[in-house]
Design a protein around this ligand. Structure first.
Ligand code: ZN
Length: 243
């Protein structure tokens, strides 16, 4: 495969990366943040990692060859799920240190536009609380967004059957929204025989068509968001330093 069609940083050779960055072709990078954690009885624990990686890849394909995707940071802040063995968690300080170091690597590689695309709720507040520090330090157009942030109440009412509250039902946790996305794109991760083995009835409403409709809206809106970053219409304001 030709190098300009590759969208994962790790699939490029150092020469290919050098040439594409040097020619000005590469305009932005997406860094997905994920989690490996329990997703109720019926879904594989890799869900957040798979779903955010999928959204990132589809956005990069839309904006090819300008955008690369860094490999997703697999584990996130999941202490609140540790009652269920198999969950992997990073302590907030560890997680933020890793996120910061990978952003720094991408920045040193030449990216001025970086979209940190999150796929797990537990990562949100620690990132938001740290973002102004990152902006001052990195001095680049660095954005943080969870992939469901581009959805709204209207989307929930139109596409979900089990409930329309944000964030309880959209994104929720392993419920109709996430289960529908898995059914559409990686159905092997859903154990349909276990869907009914739990108090929560909402996953039973999940359908692959629902997952497809949500994905289409998410990818379309995220692509617009990133395009605006690249075109200079969505520029982060670097907060001032103390005088
Ligand atoms: Zn999840």
């Amino acid at each position: 495969m030709e190098s300009h069609l590759q969208i994962q940083v790790g699939k490029l050779t150092r020469r290919e990366f050098r040439q594409r960055m040097g020619s000005g072709e590469l305009q932005a990078c997406i860094l997905p943040l994920a989690a490996i954690e329990q997703h109720l009885e019926h879904m594989a624990m890799e869900h957040d990692w798979r779903s955010v990686s999928l959204m990132a890849r589809k956005v990069a394909e839309n904006l090819s060859p300008k955008v690369l995707v860094a490999e997703a940071i697999m584990a996130g802040i999941s202490e609140h799920h540790m009652k269920h063995p198999g969950t992997l968690t990073l302590k907030p300080g560890t997680f933020l240190a890793v996120v910061s170091d990978v952003i720094e690597s991408l920045s040193r590689a030449g990216f001025q536009n970086i979209l940190v695309l999150n796929g797990h709720g537990g990562n949100v507040i620690p990132c938001q609380q740290t973002w102004d520090q990152f902006l001052r330090y990195f001095q680049i157009n660095l954005h943080f967004l969870s992939y469901w942030d581009v959805l709204n109440q209207h989307d929930a009412k139109e596409l979900l059957k089990s409930g329309h509250r944000l964030p309880e039902d959209l994104p929720g946790h392993a419920q109709e929204f996430e289960t529908s996305i898995a059914l559409k794109w990686f159905p092997e991760n859903v154990r349909s025989d276990a869907v009914g083995d739990q108090r929560d009835r909402t996953p039973a409403e999940a359908r692959p068509e629902t997952g497809e409709a949500f994905t289409e809206r998410i990818v379309h809106r995220l692509s617009d968001y990133l395009k605006e970053m690249i075109d200079g219409q969505r520029q982060q304001i670097i907060p001032p330093f103390h005088p």
